[in-house]
Design a protein around this ligand. Structure first.
Ligand SMILES: [Zn+2]
Ligand SMILES: [Zn+2]
Ligand SMILES: [Zn+2]
Length: 125
């Protein structure tokens, strides 16, 4: 009979403390909370691609209204979801200073949103 000796090693606390941000649940801007595709392109019954039919989306706090789409979740003059916020209409804003590249608009002339501040209009000080 072989007895397996289980050595109890003093448990070293090595758990990484996950920086979990508080998440808020907000109404999906793209479908305005209906959970349906706002354009009904595929079908009027198609689920909203942003919230997948839930009508709400999760966003890490602190968040602000997306300056690129003005909180609509839709790219200006298109039916596509806003690239900066992904259609949520809100953006997690970590910066406190006005972005020097886009001057806080979140947009730039070439791309659909400012790469410097990722469309938030703010950068870290
Ligand atoms: Zn939606
Ligand atoms: Zn947006
Ligand atoms: Zn910017």
């Amino acid at each position: 009979m072989v007895k397996v000796a289980r050595k109890r090693v003093g448990k070293v606390r090595k758990e990484k403390i996950k920086v979990s941000r508080p998440m808020a649940e907000v109404k999906c801007a793209y479908c305005k909370g209906t959970g349906k595709d706002p354009w009904g392109v595929m079908s009027v019954l198609a689920d909203c691609q942003v919230c997948r039919g839930k009508g709400t989306v999760k966003i890490a706090e602190p968040f602000e209204k997306c300056p690129v789409c003005h909180g609509t979740g839709v790219q200006y003059n298109t039916r596509l979801n806003c690239l900066a916020c992904g259609g949520k209409g809100v953006l997690t804003v970590e910066g406190t200073e006005v972005c020097p590249v886009c001057k806080g608009t979140g947009k730039d002339d070439f791309r659909l949103y400012c790469p410097k501040c990722k469309g938030t209009g703010k950068v870290k000080a």
